[in-house]
Design a protein around this ligand. Structure first.
Ligand SMILES: [Zn+2]
Length: 442
């Protein structure tokens, strides 16, 4: 009879650290403060070689049907094929100038958990995925979104041609893409480990973060129309400068979002927004007739995102200027997602018994993860470990080895407890945002 202790006897933190360093060697740039920079964008040669190596590690961990699917996700299953499986995943692609742990950490934590389950002869079923293109070379959360989509098949991407060429070069053309529907016995829930990518855990001197929700994101374009004319000879009173209108509006929108956020949260504003890409320049001697301003904002709750968007629209529609401005959706939004309370409790118990209650912090994720689309189809949860100085998406990204070792142990303990039935998902995650399971990311 397996117990938590007999399973965790197989946990080995040293092979976690070794595997992370091996994975870092694929696409290593040597850059950054710790010499650990990585450039391993989705479906580049370094990425495909890393995934082939991962596939061999998946097989060593006793996983079945291990494969690179049609988009390069490395996938395998363990345990019974008759029981609902616990899905474990993260991504192994990086940003163009990325860190060695963003994504990779969660893949190797999952790999170690799968080894523990396999070697300990755990009951139940599990599956492991190293998702492709979380970082958005071709789409947005490309493979995990395709996995969660009802229709299956090719995911939503910016350029099908570019993706097609990359799949051909990687030898993946004609292969199926893994989707949730591929497993008739179904799913128990989803677990993902990740670096925090922010400074909170380090500032609070905590070792792990249990994620309660993942922010949602919306991106809007504020489009202003004025009148193009000569920059020198047009009188000030006659100018209809589209860029000026867009800049004035950016200040007005920023002010109104600030007041909303401050009214909503007493201590710290949990929503963030960025203005970027002001277009409209023709020449220094021309008054711009058209200007577009991009606004992206994130918040931990869908209701707040909705209020923010309404406020932006109201601010724009009541704005007075010689030029006129409108608001449009720029790209597909990502919904804010609540993490499953049962799975959070499972991680919390594992963290408290492994590290002590004072090392554990509960927090929302300000970054978007593969767990976001997966949470639309099954209960999901995430575990964070600290990032040194909160740095990520840079060659300088790093985490103390002690935190990596402790985090991996907590993750393996939670996964083992789930397969032993010591804790379980509540299954409310899908419904907690809007009352129904929605497969649409809007
Ligand atoms: Zn990531």
């Amino acid at each position: 009879m397996q117990t938590l202790a007999t399973l965790l006897a197989f946990f080995n933190a040293t092979r976690v650290v070794e595997d992370l360093h091996t994975l870092q060697s694929f696409g290593a740039t040597g850059g950054g403060r710790f010499g650990l920079g990585v450039s391993r964008r989705a479906l580049t040669e370094a990425d495909v070689r890393a995934r082939e190596w991962l596939a061999s590690r998946f097989e060593d961990a006793g996983l079945r049907q291990v494969r690179l699917d049609g988009i390069g996700t490395v996938y395998g299953e363990g345990g019974s094929d008759q029981a609902p499986a616990l899905l474990i995943g993260s991504h192994s692609d990086t940003q163009p100038q990325g860190g060695w742990l963003d994504g990779a950490l969660g893949v190797i934590f999952g790999l170690e958990a799968a080894r523990v389950l396999h070697q300990g002869g755990a009951p139940g079923a599990w599956a492991l995925a190293a998702w492709q293109d979380e970082e958005g070379r071709f789409g947005s959360l490309t493979a995990s979104s395709a996995f969660a989509a009802e229709s299956g098949g090719l995911p939503t991407v910016h350029s099908h041609e570019e993706l097609h060429d990359a799949r051909l070069r990687a030898g993946l053309d004609g292969k199926q893409i893994v989707t949730m529907a591929d497993r008739p016995a179904g799913w128990l829930g989803y677990m993902e480990a990740h670096i925090e990518q922010g400074p909170q855990l380090e500032l609070l001197n905590k070792t792990v973060g249990i994620v309660s929700s993942i922010v949602g994101m919306r991106q809007l374009i504020i489009r202003c129309r004025g009148e193009q004319n000569h920059a020198g000879s047009t009188r000030m009173a006659d100018r209809k400068d589209a860029t000026r209108a867009a800049m004035r509006l950016s200040v007005a929108v920023d002010d109104s979002l600030r007041s909303l956020c401050e009214a909503e949260y007493e201590d710290e504003c949990l929503a963030v927004w960025t203005f970027a890409k002001l277009t409209g320049f023709v020449s220094h001697s021309t008054i711009p007739g058209d200007a577009n301003l991009t606004l992206q904002f994130r918040a931990p709750e869908e209701a707040l995102l909705e209020r923010m968007e309404r406020l932006v629209r109201k601010t724009v529609s009541t704005f007075q200027d010689a030029a006129t401005c409108d608001v449009f959706h720029d790209r597909q939004s990502v919904s804010a997602r609540q993490m499953d309370p049962g799975l959070q409790a499972c991680l919390t118990e594992a963290a408290r018994s492994t590290l002590g209650v004072e090392r554990v912090h509960h927090m929302h994720s300000a970054a978007i993860h593969d767990a976001s689309p997966i949470a639309s189809i099954m209960p999901a949860s995430m575990l964070f470990v600290p990032s040194i100085e909160g740095k990520s998406h840079t060659f300088d990204e790093h985490t103390h080895e002690a935190d990596i070792r402790d985090g991996a142990r907590v993750f393996a303990a939670a996964v083992a407890a789930l397969t032993l039935g010591h804790c379980s998902a509540e299954g409310l995650a899908c419904a907690s945002n809007g009352g129904s399971v929605d497969l649409d990311d809007d």
